[in-house]
Ligand binder design. Structure first.
Ligand code: ZN
Ligand code: MN
Length: 487
């Protein structure tokens, strides 16, 4: 059997809401629907009432072009909207206004690419097209989709602007798919048109095939954390099926986030079933090259350029710079810290190791946490001033992340100030030496046993002994013993 990894082909179809827009794509209803009373942000247009007419949101076109330029796509100077017809409760008009690349249709942009970095390896992922379309309403199921007794519908989301980004099947592992989405999120955030921390703002469908076989589509992947899980599940499922002599069907499957499985929804519909045809209520859009050049000349700094700047201006290793720019919030946080405290590598070390690990393990976004650049810098400064040890800093970091308290307050409240009292530490060392004669003897010969003794002192002081002082006292005492031996 062929090695499976080399035959995996994954393509993504991403839907990103342009969350910075104030109003919907074809009406003036507010697009700030999260946490609002269901069906309170609606009008005849986004409810699809007869006789209502859509009017295109100009800002949406501008944002979409920014995204397409960032993804190195070829922009269409003339484009149009199409109706994609299907009947579903979240779609009151029975069609979605979208763009189409066939039957004379031209999407907003085509043929771009985005580079991803995976463990030091750079890879080009081709983008086949980028287009604008409207979001359907939101269906709220009671429990899992296949067991739900009833479903509620909220049309506040109906008509929200979506950017659809379709890739070629260039990814060869679930991990690459996750890295792609992460990078895409960072690009869109750097453009200032998208906030990926908002629930449901980036959703994705993935198609995956193994051994050059049939493509299966997985729908309803709600975040880049889920994409890796959903695709890994699908690989295991398809592989098992093939090994048992089964056949992979061309179908659409639904990712159930809670049970962490994919379930069959329907056999894949063919495109002609959607009866695409030009939207007669919206005229074709014609863009001038002037208009596009103007947008191009006002593009903000993108992650790839920011990465280069982090390397040259701050002297960061490429790996560090790559992790920091993988999220705009993270990169902004870093630069704020460096403004307050001019040791970029120290800041980056604290962010990359302890802070990110804590956020990751607790499934927290940086924006959701209580840590600020001021607080992180204050913590590092406490170490510099000899008030706390690095070890204590690691201990209080979680409290800094989840409470409003400042590092100084936490240190004071928990009595964690570093012990640099010479006499007190010397007394403790006496005790350790008399209780561990064997270790002391070893320590006069090997470095490893010295560390053991320092470790004992740290244990007795709950990590609060000043590490350099602790090591000095112990080494001095060992030196005395060594010279005594020679006498
Ligand atoms: Zn509306
Ligand atoms: Mn779509």
């Amino acid at each position: 059997m062929q090695k499976i990894e080399s035959t995996i082909k994954i393509g993504l179809e991403v839907h990103a809401q342009l969350t910075s827009l104030k109003s919907k794509l074809f009406c003036s209803c507010s697009s700030n629907y999260r946490g609002k009373e269901p069906n309170s942000l609606v009008c005849p247009v986004c409810l699809g009432l007869p006789g209502s007419l859509p009017v295109l949101n100009e800002k949406a076109v501008e944002y979409a072009i920014m995204a397409a330029l960032a993804l190195k796509c070829k922009i269409s100077y003339k484009m149009s909207f199409f109706r994609k017809n299907y009947y579903y409760p979240d779609l009151p008009k029975n069609f979605q206004i979208t763009q189409y690349d066939r039957a004379g249709g031209v999407p907003l942009a085509v043929n771009g690419y985005l580079f991803i970095d995976d463990q030091g390896r750079r890879k080009k992922i081709r983008i086949s097209r980028v287009h604008l379309e409207e979001d359907p309403g939101r269906l709220v199921h009671t429990g899992p989709i296949d067991q739900s007794l009833y479903t509620l519908v909220d049309y506040n989301r109906s008509g929200i602007t979506l950017l659809e980004i379709v890739t070629e099947p260039d990814m060869n592992s679930p991990r690459e798919a996750r890295i792609f989405l992460q990078k895409l999120r960072s690009v869109l955030e750097h453009l200032g048109i998208f906030d990926g921390s908002l629930e449901g703002s980036m959703r994705c469908d993935a198609n995956i095939s193994l051994f050059g076989g049939t493509r299966v589509e997985v729908k309803n992947i709600t975040s880049f954390k889920e994409v890796e899980r959903a695709l890994s599940f699908e690989i295991t499922r398809q592989k098992g099926l093939i090994e048992r002599g089964g056949v992979i069907k061309r179908e659409t499957r639904h990712w159930d986030e809670i049970r962490r499985i994919t379930i069959s929804l329907r056999s894949k519909e063919e495109e002609q079933e959607y009866r695409y045809f030009p939207e007669p209520d919206l005229p074709p859009i014609v863009l001038s090259s002037n208009y596009i050049e103007k947008i191009e000349s006002n593009m903000p700094e993108l992650p790839d350029d920011r990465l280069k700047r982090f390397i040259t201006i701050y002297g960061l290793p490429r790996y560090d710079a790559g992790v920091l720019v993988s999220s705009k919030a993270l990169a902004d946080f870093f630069e704020e810290c460096v403004k307050l405290y001019n040791k970029p590598k120290d800041v980056s070390n604290w962010m990359m190791s302890d802070l990110l690990r804590y956020l990751y393990e607790n499934n927290l976004e940086l924006q959701e946490s209580k840590i600020t650049p001021e607080k992180l810098v204050e913590m590092i400064t406490l170490i510099d001033r000899g008030i706390i040890s690095g070890k204590i800093a690691k201990k209080i970091l979680p409290t800094i992340v989840v409470t409003e308290k400042t590092p100084s307050e936490i240190v004071k409240e928990e009595g964690m100030i570093k012990i640099s009292d010479n006499e007190y530490l010397e007394n403790l060392v006496e005790r350790i030496f008399s209780e561990n004669p064997k270790a002391v003897e070893d320590a006069t010969k090997t470095e490893k046993a010295v560390h053991y003794l320092i470790g004992q002192l740290m244990k007795l002081t709950q990590g609060k002994a000043d590490p350099s002082l602790a090591s000095r006292i112990i080494n001095e005492k060992l030196n005395q013993l060594r010279t005594k031996d020679k006498d």
